[in-house]
Each structure stands twice: as structure tokens, then as C-alpha cells.
Design a protein around this ligand. Structure first.
Ligand code: NAD
Length: 329
């Protein structure tokens, strides 16, 4: 069996090779993300795995179909860069890794929230200018006196809820799908109640037409507590211009952004200082904003699991078996 893996980062290489050896599968490693220009490299392979955020559409799946390939195993959760219907039309089963380590992402979100709650960015900025003072504008609140609103209480939202609950916060959650196992940690409610009551709002929905810009001008106008916004999900969930305006006028007191709407231009690239988009520069200049380069997933356990689960699924489908992780049935 031969599988081609696209979008492989350095840290994955040895783990992919170990999996290949253990499973007696020949694996070709391609560092570039899968796209129409390099889809032809898959000719002669039985299966494909990929990771990354570049849009992948019909022209790639058509090529795979011509090569007799029947699956594409994504080594990540988000499949918003894939055209699921076009893949299905071409007989390509797309699988994702729904839960390689929900705690990895949840823990970054909570870390960010604590950093912003204690105004560390603002103090760092002051100290960089020789100012070691504190005042009414930088007074903080203990986390156990905060209400946290989780939007999207799935794997990662649920793990975040558990962590905030363990720290003593009151946790509200909003999700069209009810999960009884979260009852010890959350009070289910609606979006407007979260906007009205939460001191910290944490986003954990996938990027869908229904969730795109879920945090927009109207949503922000309903926020009553000048909340901290945490986005470790997808940049497209937030209307960036509306967020910048809200950070400037204080409707949102602080924000942590692991993902940004325009990130495909600079994601995992070096020497980008001169070509960053204006909205990125504006956010980066604010001491109450914490930006990380889409690394919430990046832990040892998550990297190991995303490779092993994705490649095991690829192998099963290629061998004629069925897996539960197909996202375009
Ligand atoms: P999940 O599918 O387990 O949970 C998503 C939840 O969102 C589901 O329970 C779903 O019902 C809910 N949802 C959908 N539409 C909603 C809406 N309009 N309002 C409220 N809830 C809604 O997914 P997950 O594993 O928790 O991941 C969530 C997202 O996190 C992923 O889709 C991905 O975009 C992102 N993610 C980011 C990183 C990172 O490194 N920053 C890593 C992994 C995942």
C-alpha cells in the first residue's frame, strides 16, 4: 500500500515514518500543502493524507478520481478548506481527526484568558516604556468571579468548560446539540444570554455558513460586560473590523486570537513582517490583544494522534473497511 502525505511539517516526519514502518505502508512525504498544482504527485498512490488551510476543491478531487484514489485523510479537525460536496461527487471520502487532543486547544484558550484577565499584555507594554504603575484601569477579577460563555460545546468547547469549571468560574454554553455529559460543568443557554452575561466569551464552533462572523457588530452590541473574547477556533467566526472597533471603544476589553480570517497569507511562513495585512498590524499593536500563530493544536500528544488516527483511517478505507470519521457521507 502507498500513501502520499501533503502539508507535512518537520516534527511530523519521524512520526509518519514510524507509522509507515509499523504498518508496512510506503509513505511519500510532501511538505507543501495539497493544492491543484501538486495534486498530480498523488498519481500511482492508493491514498492521500493532508493538513493545512489552503482551499481544496473539485479540480483536485477530479484528479484523485482519475488516479483511482477513494479517500483523503485530513490530519486535523477543521475541514472548512475542503469542498465536501465536490469530494463526494468524485467518490472521495474525506475523513478528519475529530478529537486528537481537545485539551490541547482548550488549554491554550484558558491560558490566554488568564493572561488577558490579569492584564499582563498591558503591564508588559507599560513596563517596556519604563512605566511600572497599576491603577483602576488595570484592576483584575478572579476567575472564580467570572462567567464564561462557551459558544460551541463540542470536543474542545466541552474540554474548555471543564477547565473553567475546575477553576471555579460559572460556565454558560450554547450549542444546538445537547451533551448530557457536560451537565456537571455548564448551564446550557442561548447566544444572547451569553452575550449579555459572559465576562469571557470563548468560540469553539466550526466555520460554517451559519457561524461565519458569528461575532459581528450586532453580536458585539449585545455584549454587556465588556468581555474578553477568545478565538482558538477559526478566524472567519469573527468580523475582524467589528472586533477592532469594539477593542478601540471598549465594548470588548481584550481578545486572544489563535486564528485570523486572513491567516492563509502568512500561516506557518517566515519573514512576513513586511507583508502582513493591515488588520493584523492594527490588532498586534494593541496591548490588550494576544495573537498566536495558530498553534493551539501544537502539543506532542496532538501531533502523534493526528497522524496515527488519520493514517489508520486512510489504511482502513483503502483496504475496503469503514470508519466513523467520514465527514462527507
Ligand atoms: P466539534 O465538532 O466537537 O464541536 C463543535 C460544536 O459546535 C458542535 O457541538 C456543534 O454542534 C457546535 N455548533 C455548530 N454550530 C453552532 C452554532 N451556530 N452555535 C453554537 N454551537 C454550534 O469540534 P471541536 O473539535 O470542538 O472543534 C471546534 C473547532 O475548533 C474546529 O472546527 C476547528 O475549526 C477549531 N480548531 C482549532 C484548532 C487550533 O489549533 N486553533 C485546533 C483544532 C480545532
Amino acid at each position: 500500500m502507498k500513501i502520499i502525505c501533503y502539508g507535512v511539517i518537520k516534527m511530523e516526519e519521524s512520526r509518519i515514518k514510524n507509522w509507515a514502518q509499523k504498518n508496512n505502508v510506503e509513505v511519500k512525504i510532501v511538505h507543501a500543502d495539497l493544492c491543484v498544482e501538486n495534486a498530480e504527485l498523488a498519481k500511482g498512490f492508493d491514498g492521500v493524507s493532508s493538513e493545512g488551510n489552503l482551499p481544496v476543491g473539485a479540480s483536485v478531487y477530479e484528479k484523485f478520481r482519475q488516479y483511482g484514489i477513494k479517500q483523503l485523510a485530513i490530519r486535523q479537525v477543521g475541514v472548512d478548506n475542503q469542498d465536501l460536496a465536490a469530494a463526494k461527487k468524485n467518490g472521495i471520502k474525506i475523513t478528519n481527526v475529530a478529537a486528537y487532543s481537545p485539551r490541547a486547544i482548550a488549554e491554550l484558550g484558558v491560558t490566554d484568558a488568564m493572561y488577558l484577565l490579569r492584564k499582563i499584555g498591558i503591564y508588559q507594554d507599560r513596563m517596556a516604556h519604563g512605566d511600572f504603575t497599576y491603577d483602576e484601569s488595570t484592576i483584575s477579577t478572579e476567575i472564580f468571579n467570572c462567567t464564561v460563555g462557551i459558544i460551541g460545546a463540542g470536543h474542545i468547547g466541552g474540554a474548555s468548560a471543564q477547565l473553567y469549571s475546575a477553576l471555579g468560574a460559572k460556565v454558560l454554553a450554547c450549542d444546538p446539540v445537547y451533551d448530557a455529559s457536560l451537565e456537571p460543568y455548564v448551564t446550557y443557554t442561548n447566544l444572547d444570554t451569553i452575550f449579555a452575561e459572559a465576562d469571557i466569551i470563548s468560540l469553539h464552533t466550526p466555520l460554517l455558513p451559519s457561524t461565519k462572523n458569528i461575532i459581528n457588530k450586532t453580536a458585539i452590541s449585545k455584549m454587556k460586560k465588556k468581555p474578553i473574547l477568545i478565538n482558538v477556533a477559526r478566524g472567519g467566526l469573527v468580523d475582524t473590523q467589528a472586533l477592532i472597533a469594539a477593542l478601540k471603544n471598549g465594548q470588548i476589553s481584550a481578545a486572544a486570537l489563535d486564528t485570523l480570517a486572513a491567516e492563509t497569507d502568512f500561516y506557518n511562513k517566515k519573514d512576513m513582517l513586511n507583508s502582513l495585512p493591515e488588520d493584523y498590524k492594527e490588532l498586534k499593536a494593541m496591548p490588550q490583544v494576544l495573537i498566536t500563530p495558530h498553534i493551539a493544536f501544537f502539543t506532542k500528544l496532538a501531533v502523534k494522534n493526528s497522524i496515527e488516527i488519520a493514517l489508520n483511517d486512510a489504511k482502513t478505507i483503502i483496504s475496503g473497511g469503514e470508519v466513523k470519521s467520514v465527514v462527507n457521507l
